[in-house]
Design a protein around this ligand. Structure first.
Ligand code: ADP
Ligand code: CIR
Length: 358
């Protein structure tokens, strides 16, 4: 067969991967898989080349692969399945996903003294069936998402009641402040740029939030919807409870408009990034770990605890003052309750280790 780096592979269009790259795309896009998939197209017109462009442009990607529609997961299954199995702890193509948002099943408090956890945030992604995922969407589909979602959100009441702020109507100073304060997605993400998800920026994008900025919805960033609950301190249950209500309310209004969330029994809720399929849930704390994070085993411990450390401004950012964003790594094949519990238990372990090392 053809080998990467060989002339035949180059002629056939196989992408160049540099030696340092560790992306799951590089690991699983073999010549054979490439040859098998390179001419396939989803019914909406999404191609393998578009799915892999982000990982080709950004050789430092962790994953490097995006879906432009729900069909991409089946049309390009040999690649997506392998990436999903690796990322989500051995999740197999025959496995079924289960959802459980019964907040009463979650137990424990990672930060009983209230000294270590700065803030807690839990988000999920949601996309509407029949309207493209951001990397593959059209301008009219994106506008339809914004219309349906903002119309629905405007009916929210109680602590979920808020206002929609379109990105195009914000001043640069307002936008920057929201990003700085951890409420809003950043601009010009190079991974999403290459994936084609930033087309027509800032049109159709925006953020909805309540007065307290404890309940927020991002519109048309990496996913059509990111539903977010967050607050200072370590009360994970309170954050989860508000999120669960928000998700239910969002599902209700999407149905009222005659749509439904994109979901199937195998992949759970469909997302643009294969890391997010299933629950789409990332439950995180900003936690002070100045000593543990310097320990040679920090990343190994996180791995073992099924946690992912990120920097203070989220994915692909650095830490400041030893504060890390620690969250569940997997999102598929485990319920929301299990993933929140994984985060609580793991953070409890890390805080204990921090105290032992201090
Ligand atoms: P995602 O929405 O996929 O989790 P990021 O990693 O980019 O994306 O994080 C989005 C924003 O949320 C960033 O500003 C990040 O700092 C903020 N964030 C994440 N976890 C917390 C937390 N526990 N407390 C406060 N802000 C958080
Ligand atoms: C990467 O491969 O590093 C980026 N495309 C991000 C992958 C996972 N993160 C995400 O979905 N937010």
């Amino acid at each position: 067969g053809i080998k990467p780096g060989k002339k035949e592979a180059y002629g056939a269009g196989f992408p160049s991967f540099n030696e340092k790259g560790r992306s799951l795309l590089k690991k699983y896009l073999t010549i054979d898989v490439y040859e098998q998939l390179k001419d396939k197209v989803t019914p909406n017109g999404f191609t393998l080349e578009r799915a892999i462009q982000s990982g080709v442009d950004n050789q430092d990607s962790g994953v490097g692969l995006y879906a432009g529609d729900e069909d991409a997961y089946t049309v390009f299954a040999p690649l997506f399945d392998a990436v999903i199995e690796d990322y989500h702890g051995g999740y197999k193509p025959t496995d079924k996903h289960v959802s459980d948002m019964d907040v009463s099943k979650v137990h424990g408090n990672p930060d009983p003294t209230g000294e270590d956890v700065v803030s807690t945030r839990i988000r999920v992604g949601r996309n509407i069936r029949g309207l493209g995922l951001p990397p593959g969407t059209t301008r009219s589909q994106r506008r339809e998402v914004e219309r349906v979602v903002t119309k629905g959100l405007s009916t929210f009441t109680g602590d979920l009641k808020g206002k929609y702020y379109p990105l195009g109507k914000m001043t640069e100073a307002e936008r920057k402040q929201l990003v700085e304060d951890h409420f809003l997605f950043k601009k010009g993400d190079r991974f999403l740029e290459s994936a084609g998800a930033n087309r027509d920026w800032p049109e159709g994008r925006g953020i909805f939030h309540n007065e307290a900025k404890s309940f927020l919805v991002w519109v048309n960033e990496e996913d059509q919807m990111r539903i977010i609950s967050m607050q200072p301190g370590g009360n994970v249950k309170e954050v989860f409870e508000r999120l669960a209500r928000g998700i239910n309310a969002a599902e209700g209004v999407v149905k009222t408009s005659g749509y439904e969330f994109s979901y199937n029994d195998h992949l759970g809720f469909i997302h643009s990034c294969p890391t997010n399929c299933g629950t789409g849930m990332r439950a995180s704390v900003h936690v002070k770990l100045p000593n543990v994070s310097k320990h040679a085993n920090f990343h190994a411990w996180c791995d073992k605890l099924r946690l992912q450390p990120r920097g203070i401004h989220g994915e692909h950012s650095e830490t400041e003052g030893g504060v890390y964003d620690i969250s569940n790594k997997e999102r598929l094949g485990k319920s929301e309750v299990e993933l929140v519990q994984t985060m609580i238990d793991g953070v409890t372990f890390l805080i204990n280790a921090e105290k032992a090392l201090a």
